[in-house]
Ligand binder design. Structure first.
Ligand code: FES
Length: 92
């Protein structure tokens, strides 16, 4: 089943499958997304705000977010979609 990742401020909508990671789908669609670890859950630069059904964060993601002092947001490279979602960043 196709689900959609909407990037409202870019006026983009990217198709995905349930279980896909946001990072991989946006990168494949050439949506600009910061990263210096290429999706390895190390750098924390792929942090986004997500609205919609996604899997809960795991310990590795929570550790990166905590080290960087972020109380909100998700790492796109760790976040698997389970339905239509809307994503935003601080830079778009
Ligand atoms: S791309 Fe580095 S933590 Fe997600």
């Amino acid at each position: 089943m196709v689900v959609w990742i909407r990037c409202e401020r870019l006026d983009r909508r990217v198709p995905a499958r349930s279980g896909d990671r946001i990072y991989e789908r946006l990168r494949a669609a050439q949506v600009p997304l910061a990263s210096s670890c290429d999706g390895s859950a190390i750098c924390g630069r792929c942090r986004v705000q997500v609205e919609g059904p996604v899997d809960p964060p795991g310990p590795a993601e929570l550790e990166v977010l905590d080290k960087q002092g972020h109380q909100q947001g998700r790492l796109a490279c760790c976040t698997r979609v389970r339905g239509d979602v809307t994503v935003s960043t601080t830079y778009w």
